[in-house]
Design a protein around this ligand. Structure first.
Ligand code: NAD
Ligand code: UDP
Length: 319
């Protein structure tokens, strides 16, 4: 297949490029580097099966040649209000990537007769009252809170994707991604894993926002990519959760990072840094992924952190 990946220079997009090239496909990457980095794809430059365009998905997209699949991953993705790379601080770009970018990529898939895959998110469930979250749960969300620019853009994107499927017969799919971590995360983007792993390797106390009782379920990137690629190869149209259902509090997560890095500095609680409507609980119900894709994660937190450490050490010049 010849596959377009938007957001190709980002954390997930670059791993998808590697996986799909490894599976023997031709990959066309597209990115405007707003939160991604050239370094994430520099190893692919010169590969005859990889082409790259610097472009903003909010503008009309033209890609010469045939496309068999379009995967829309371009969007700022960090919720941390303290980070300049977070969608809190890129609110209009975030809404445009989710709305206009989805419209443009769907139009391209329609014109090419391509399979389409939208990167959606567990954030469409908001601060969930159903736990764990099944794909049928409609969410506890709002249009005006600080996370709304991301959540509502992704919700719109899902609806538009299904509209293209229902009205135009485009072969669409939607993955709802839960917290994922691994090499190539931006150390400065403010998400929990890069913040804390960097702090641990520098011997600093890990910053816990609020009291650390809020939960998340962290998936290692290789597991996620495997699930996404299985969804791409399937004929499923309705949303599928992909994530690791092992749930823990953010305090337990921080303790695991301190243990694995032998960081003696402990944790520090920053009450005011926890944003309004930061979800209290999050855990995927992955029954659909198991039944439809035969997928479930294989890599536990300890193994995943071990695989992530070398990249962070290299970036911090500690290797
Ligand atoms: P990332 O910031 O590393 O990657 C996003 C990429 O999109 C970056 O390279 C950025 O430059 C690019 N981009 C953003 N706006 C663009 C635009 N208008 N035009 C072209 N390129 C643009 O983030 P990520 O974690 O790799 O996330 C990728 C996708 O997965 C996003 O759509 C995100 O919403 C989704 N997602 C990620 C997670 C996670 O845990 N990593 C969880 C849920 C959903
Ligand atoms: N968090 C934290 N310390 C940090 C960064 C994040 O305690 O240095 C918390 C954050 O408030 C949230 C959780 O960790 O409750 C996960 O945050 P992340 O930014 O990774 O993404 P989210 O799951 O909120 O989208």
């Amino acid at each position: 297949m010849r596959i377009l990946i938007t957001g190709a220079a980002g954390f997930l997009g670059s791993h998808l490029c590697d996986k799909l090239l490894g599976d023997g496909h031709d990959v066309v990457g597209l990115d405007n580097f707003i939160t991604g980095s050239e370094a994430n794809i520099s190893h692919l430059m010169g590969n005859e099966h990889f082409t790259f365009y610097k472009h903003d998905v909010s503008n009309y997209i033209f890609v010469p040649g045939k496309l068999d699949a379009v995967m829309h991953f371009a969007s700022p993705a960090s919720p941390n209000p303290l980070s300049p790379y977070a969608y809190f601080n890129l609110p209009i770009q975030t809404m445009k990537a989710g709305a206009l970018g989805t419209h443009n990529t769907l139009g391209l898939a329609k014109a090419s007769g391509a399979r389409y895959l939208l990167a959606s998110t567990s954030e469409i469930y908001g601060d969930p009252t159903e736990h764990p979250q099944k794909e049928t749960y409609p969410g506890n969300v709002d249009t005006t809170g600080p996370r709304a620019v991301y959540d509502e853009a992704k919700r719109f994107a899902e609806s538009l994707t299904l509209a293209y499927h229902r009205q135009h017969g485009v072969n669409t799919s939607i993955v709802r991604i839960f917290n994922t971590y691994g090499p190539r995360m931006d150390l400065e983007d403010g998400r929990a894993l890069p913040n804390m792993l960097k702090q641990a390797l520098l011997g600093q106390p890990l910053t816990i926002y609020g009291d650390g009782s809020q939960t998340r379920s962290f998936c290692y990137v290789d597991d996620l990519v495997e699930g996404i690629v299985r969804l791409l190869y399937s004929q499923e149209h309705m949303p599928v959760n992909i994530g690791n259902p092992t749930e823990m509090s953010i305090l337990q997560f921080a303790q695991a990072i301190n243990e694995i890095t032998a960081n003696p500095a402990g944790v520090t609680f920053i009450e005011h840094a926890r944003s309004a409507r930061d979800p209290q609980r999050r855990r995927p119900d992955i029954t659909r992924a198991q039944e439809i894709l035969g997928w479930q994660p294989q890599i536990d937190l300890r193994a995943g952190l071990q695989k992530t450490l070398p990249y962070f050490k290299e970036k911090l010049n500690l290797a």
